[in-house]
Design a protein around this ligand. Sequence first.
Ligand code: ADP
Ligand code: MG
Length: 347
Amino acid sequence: MSVASPGPGEFEASSSLGEFDLIRRFFIRGAAHAPQSGVLLGIGDDAALLAMPPDTELVAAVDTIVAGRHFPQRTDARSIGHRALAVNLSDLAAMGATPAWATLALTMPDADQRWLTGFSAGLLDLADSEGVVLVGGDTTRGPLTVSVQLLGHVPRGTALRRSGGRAGDLLAVTGTLGDAGAGLAFLTRPPATAAGRAAAEMLIRRFDYPSPRVRFGCAARGIATAAMDLSDGLVGDLPKLAGASGLAAHVDVDRLPLSDALRAAATLEQARDWALAAGDDYELLVAVPPPRLAELNTAAARLNLTLAVIGELRAGGGVTWSQNGREFAPAASGYDHFRGASTQITV
Ligand code: ADP
Ligand code: MG
């Protein structure tokens, strides 16, 4: 913090809310951290000091979200705070890691206290519920950009990777697919019927408040052979897991898990397009040997989560799709449109 002579990118200490006042007011929650949090020194010094649990490996991820690109400009501040942490939690979940500490680099046009109240509540409520402590950050002035770095740990040698899949492994996904992409589309084009609009509300919530599958990721350690999170849509993401494992993948499109809300708001064909190609679901995709599927199902059920087998890994390369037993090519138009929507939002 530059108290003496604030540069153009800093919040002036002499303004109504100086940089550290702002941090103290919005980003420090509670008193001392519980010893099991591993936080020896949190916000306030030049850097945080963190103690790793014994026999673990550090897992690190960072994601930046930009207004108008990763979320619509009009998005509620609480949703932006939630999302900024959720996308990172999802990455750690995909590694089977336990998230522990976050740092926040926040760039915003002005220190709007109403906005900061919503934003920090969205971020810190999710942090609290996932056992994550915000241990530092940086605050600067500029176009709204939120960068969260998340640190966590896994027992040595047990992290889930994309590359561990084996031929014959089943491919399974948590939850339902396509909801967030549909929600994003319905923001600009609401469904025609009242029932459709009610369902769209739920889908929009799925876009605004993604639920990273952290506990399931940890439970899948030692059972799943490979994992990744679905942020860009199955059509875009599955080739990455298959490629990293050096294998081909096949998916039966009829088995894609679709929510009741999505089915109520869209035709089956549209619903499938979203489930295939839309991003922002933050569900987990795992590979699991058939004899271990029951174990993984039990783990999911304990977490009130459904797990749907959608296909398998095979020897070879590339991804193939079938519907009604016939070869199927995911619609190129839907693919471009919806993938574009997840990375180039213009609403
Ligand atoms: P420095 O100039 O040494 O980088 P700052 O004065 O910018 O430190 O920040 C003071 C303290 O506040 C540091 O501990 C920093 O990690 C923390 N901090 C700054 N911005 C944020 C933020 N947006 N969220 C959480 N902690 C922050
Ligand atoms: Mg700083």
